[in-house]
Structures are given as C-alpha cells and as structure tokens.
Write a protein of this length. Structure first.
Length: 76
C-alpha cells in the first residue's frame, strides 16, 4: 500500500485553497519556513499558473490573507 507524502508546497496549496485563506505567519508556522521562503513559494505558485489574491488585513495591525482563486487547470 503506497501512501503519498504531503510536501510543504502541497500543504501551502491546501491552506491557500481554503475559503479563509492563509496568512504569511500561518504558512511559516505550518512549514517551518522563514517569511522570505514563504513569499518565494507564493511567487513560485504564481509562476506555475496559480492566481493568488492578497486581501488586506481586516483589523489594524493584522496580517494580510492570501488565497488561491484560480489554478493552472482553470486557464483555457
């Protein structure tokens, strides 16, 4: 029985596909990455054809939220 190993980028994709999205801090906490690495992963996903929206912080001092809105399979 083979089981697929969850990769860190797969974890990030799953977080960004949630309706609530994910903050940079949440991505860093889930992956163990530094903020610059998490931002690089977002850039890599964009280059791979994903559209990632950034929603401004809802409250003063809050973190912006990132969300995948379309993937490369949606582009036709």
């Amino acid at each position: 029985m083979s089981k697929h190993k969850q990769t860190k980028i797969g974890t990030v994709q799953a977080m960004l596909k949630r309706p609530s999205g994910a903050s940079l801090d949440a991505i860093c906490a889930a992956t163990g990455w530094q903020p610059h690495s998490a931002r690089a992963a977002l850039s890599g996903l964009r280059k791979a054809g994903f559209t990632i929206d950034r929603e401004a912080a809802r409250k003063e001092g809050g973190d912006p939220v990132y969300r995948i809105t379309t993937g490369p399979e949606d582009a036709a």
